[in-house]
Design a protein around this ligand. Sequence first.
Ligand code: A3P
Length: 330
Amino acid sequence: MPCQACASLPRYLQQEEILEQECKTLISSLPKENGWVASHLYKYQGFWNPARHVRGILTCQENFEARNSDVFLVSTPKSGTTWLKAILFTLINRKHCPINQNHPLLRNNPHDLVPFLELKLYVDNQIPDLSTLNSPRLFATHIPFFSLPKSVHDSSCKLVYLCRNPKDTFVSLWQFSNKLRLQEMGSNSLGEAFDMFCRGVSIYGPFWDHVLDYWKESMEKPHKVLFLKYEDMKEHPIDNLRCIAEFLGCPFSEQEEALGMLEEISKLCSFDNLSNLEINRTGKLSSGEQNKAFFRRGEVGDWKNHLTAEMVEKLDHITLHNFSGSGLEL
Ligand code: A3P
C-alpha cells in the first residue's frame, strides 16, 4: 500500500507498511494467517497478533523495567478489560481521586487512564520514560504470560488477570472486529470467525493457552497473580472489589465499608454508567478506535443469541479438552 493511503488509515489499521526493516524481517519469518481486522496475524512466541502488536510486544520486552510496586491488569481481549481498568483505577486512586463530579472516569475513557503497555506505551517503536510516574504504577496488557518482559517475572509486582467464558468472549470479539473493519472491507462472517477462533487464530489467541498459563501461575503464586472471571464479577461485584483491594495491599477500611465506598465504585464503573457518559458515546482513542466500540451489551450469556447448537457443542468440547485436569472451569 502506498504510504499516503496508509497514513490516512486509523493507526490500528497501519501494520506491516510502517515497520522498520529489522522488524519486517522478523515478522516475515513468522507463521501467518488472515487477520480479523488488520490484514494478517502472525504467530509470535506461540500467540497470534497483527504486526503492530508484535512490534509493541518486542519493544516492551526489550525496554520495560518493572518495579516491585507495579500493578498489571492482564486480560484476554473482550473479557471486560475496559471495566476492570475503570475499577482498578478508581480503587487504587481512591484517596486522591474521591468519587465526585470531578472524577477522571467521568471525562476519560478507561483506556486513556490505564494505558496498555504494548498497544499504547511501547507501540510504533516508542520508548516512553515511565520513571517519573508515582508508585503504584498501573498498566494494562494482553501479553501472554511467557512473553511478559523479564522484569515482570523477576520483580514482585502484582498481576490481576481477567478472563471470560469463551462463548461470550468469541461473540464479543467477532462483533468488535466487525465494528473496527472499514466499510469497504466488509464483515467477517460468524462461521469464518468461529473457525479461526476454534483453531486458536484470534488476537492474542489461542484463547485457552492464554488463560491456562495465567491460571497455573495464579495457583502456584497466589500472592503474585489474582485470577478473576467476568461472570463472577457480574454476580458478586462487591466481593470481587474487596478481594482485589486486599490482594493489592490496599484493603477497604471499616469506615470506607460503612460509608458505602464499595457500592459507589461498583456503580461508577457499571456498564450502564460508563456506557452512557458523553466521552464514551462520542470520543475516540488516539489509535483511532471509537470509545463506544468497547461498550456493547455487557451481559453474561449473549452467546445464546448468536451461536448454533453445533457451535456451542464444539466450543464446549474444546474448552473441556484444554482445561481438563487444570481445575479451571469457564
Ligand atoms: P460485550 O461485547 O459482550 O457486550 P474489553 O473491555 O476486554 O474489550 O471487553 C469488552 C466487553 O466488556 C464487551 O462485552 C463490553 O460490552 C463489556 N463491558 C464494557 N464495559 C463494561 C462494564 N462496565 N461492565 C460490564 N461489561 C462491560
